[in-house]
Design a protein around this ligand. Sequence first.
Ligand SMILES: [Zn+2]
Length: 96
Amino acid sequence: MMYIHYCPSCHKIHMLNGHKQYCPRCEKNLVELKIDYMTYTEMDAKERAELEANCAIPEELDKIKTTYRMVKYSKWYKEMQQEQAKAQEESTDSKS
Ligand SMILES: [Zn+2]
């Protein structure tokens, strides 16, 4: 499966096989985009250039990047961990 990635360092969109984390060109961190391969291949040069321009804007990039890899750093995940830590503290407290 091909996935669309953006390299903020090269300012380039890369089509890569699989979920890649590092740019094959500069080896810096890549951002994976929500856009799927089929959609990207159907885009014309102008649309691709627009997409690339949007990727260069951090707020826009936030909207179009995938977040699945970041799930464990999400607010939801942190809150869940805090709840678990709290529950553990409470249970050890009641034992002592
Ligand atoms: Zn790069």
